[in-house]
Design a protein around this ligand. Structure first.
Ligand code: GDP
Length: 532
């Protein structure tokens, strides 16, 4: 089809990640988006799949769970002429480096916050990565149908805990059972929600003017007065609306609602689509690449092991950055200078995987990986030596020392570990001064330790000896003329090495990071690291 058609498809695309602490309502909100998009008819179907709990120690069960998160980790649906890709960021024990990497594939983020809890731990971690990338971050404060914190307190919490300015786009009228609707601050009108069937289907929104003389009767005297006071306060004391700041990720537009009852879901979706932009140019070694380029290109941000351990093949998730993708097309795997035919690509529509015939910038496709791809690889249909900006390694928070019990299995041990490191579920470090027998493994989520042990045992026949290490923080060390013998540490810290020989600091307490900076002139400690 024509270039004009590709342009249209790009303009329609919106690709965002949805981030939150577990239980804030991410799944419920996602489901409601699908409901409004017509991808599902009644709410409740996504949830029921999620409740299938897994026994943590059983790999097949983990895989089953992860299999579910494969299908639900990327969802595409249409709404109001837009084609929307939602990237899920797994929480709970499933939390891993993948969760962070997914954010690199997104163009914006929706942050869901529980109105009773405010900003929670996992939200902070995910937010930090979004901030680092400078993508727009939209806040949906959820569960307004239940008793929560004061809205002003929540706004303050976002600003203080996350270090971003917040602009309430709307303001709740009542809360708990008395949550009636919101005041839309830009349109300066009231949106009252009409509850039909407790969130199973779309709710109607009735708009009414703030000056409407019936408003006091409609809301009740108290609510009406409180609303007028709140509006005045916000207009006086709050930040000004700035589209530029929102797009630069410096100001988060905040919405109030209830995913469960659908209150505020559609106004949020509409405003989100109104403000966000289609896929923008992406950075590469050849400069910014426009999505409208006539060649297809994209990068791999996640590699998922096959659900069936009898087959070693994997699925690589590719974010399309430019041009049109067509099934069966030949591409260059730039980093390996290798031709790859993309024969059986999958796309993730609503809840099912489907074979994809064509796809456009902003879309995510899953491609069969016989073991040739690495995270951060670029695929490109032209002969350009194009490489998209690398995907950083994020700081692991749990560490373990491992070695093989049977010394004769050392080769398999190293192969297995390096394969798993390639998939990106673990990071490998070498302790200094001890022989090469032991390795330090760092992970973002502890479940990865179990996956590692199970897979080494089942796929490589290797049993391991493991020892938990007390470190909680890692920093990549950069120092001109770095000399390990002169490097000064605190008593809770050690220096280890990455596989390519770069030094890293591992320490138990956060204050050690500052101490080490003070004690070593010219040292810079990095929280993330670009793969080489
Ligand atoms: P996730 O872990 O962030 O995906 O959260 P879920 O969507 O699974 O929701 C966690 C719990 O909060 C579930 O019991 C939901 O029914 C409930 N929940 C989600 N949204 C709302 C809401 O708007 N109001 C209320 N009262 N509960 C909600």
């Amino acid at each position: 089809m024509s270039q004009a058609n590709t342009m249209d498809e790009i303009q329609k695309r919106r690709t965002f990640a949805i981030i939150s602490h577990p239980d804030a309502g991410k799944t419920t909100l996602t489901e409601k988006f699908l409901l409004y998009g017509g991808a599902i008819r009644t709410a409740g179907s996504v949830k029921s799949r999620r409740t299938q709990k897994h026994a943590v120690s059983d790999w097949m069960e983990i895989e089953k769970q992860r299999g579910i998160s494969v299908t639900s980790s990327v969802l595409q649906f249409n709404y109001d002429g837009f084609c929307i890709n939602i990237l899920d960021t797994p929480g709970h024990q499933d939390f891993s480096e993948d969760t962070y990497r997914t954010l690199v594939a997104a163009d914006s983020a929706v942050m869901v916050i529980d109105s009773a809890k405010g900003v929670e731990e996992q939200t902070k971690k995910l937010f930090k990565v979004c901030k680092m990338r400078g993508i727009p971050i939209f806040t949906f404060i959820n569960k307004l149908d239940a008793q929560g914190k004061d809205p002003l307190e929540l706004i303050e919490d976002i600003e203080n805990a996350l270090g971003i300015r917040a602009f309430p786009m709307d303001w709740p009228i009542g809360c708990g059972k008395g949550f009636k609707g919101v005041y839309n601050r830009l349109k300066k009108h009231i949106e009252l929600f009409d509850d039909g069937d407790h969130g199973q289907s779309i709710v109607n929104t009735v708009e009414c003017d703030l000056q409407d003389e019936n408003l006091a009767d409609l809301l009740g005297q108290d609510l009406h007065e409180k609303l007028l006071e709140d509006i005045e306060l916000l207009d006086m004391a709050g930040d000004d609306y700035s589209l530029d700041q929102i797009l630069a990720g410096e100001l988060t537009p905040v919405f109030f609602g209830s995913a469960m009852t659908n209150f505020g879901v559609e106004p949020f979706l509409k405003a989100f689509l109104d403000i966000t932009q289609p896929p923008q140019p992406r950075k590469s070694n050849l400069g910014d690449v426009q999505p409208t380029k006539d060649y297809f290109s994209g990068f791999i941000f996640k590699i998922q092991a096959n659900m069936n351990p009898a087959h070693r093949d994997r699925i690589a998730f590719l974010r399309i950055c430019s041009g049109k993708f067509e099934k069966g097309m030949m591409t260059n795997l730039v980093q390996k200078n290798k031709k790859v035919k993309l024969a059986q690509p999958q796309q993730f529509l609503a809840q099912d995987r489907a074979m994809v015939e064509e796809a456009y910038p902003g879309d995510i496709i899953g491609i069969h990986d016989p073991g040739i791809f690495n995270i951060g690889d670029t695929l490109c249909s032209s002969d350009l030596k194009l490489q998209y900006e690398g995907i950083p390694q994020f700081a692991p928070e749990h560490f373990m020392k491992i070695s093989t019990i049977n010394a004769l299995k050392r080769k398999q041990f190293l192969k297995g570990v390096s394969q798993l490191a390639e998939e990106g579920s673990i990071q490998v470090f070498k302790p200094r001064f001890t022989g090469a027998e032991e390795l330090i493994i760092g992970v973002v989520g502890v479940l990865q330790f179990e996956v590692l042990e199970y897979r080494l045992n089942n796929e490589y026949g290797v049993e391991i000896k493991k020892q938990h290490l007390p470190y909680n923080y890692i920093r990549w060390i950069e120092q001109e003329n770095y000399d390990p013998s002169k490097f000064k540490l605190t008593s809770d810290a050690i220096v280890a090495e990455t596989e390519d020989g770069n030094p890293v600091l591992l320490c138990q307490y956060e204050w050690s990071i500052r101490q080490v900076i003070e004690r070593n002139e010219g040292v810079v400690l990095h929280e993330t690291h670009l793969r080489t």
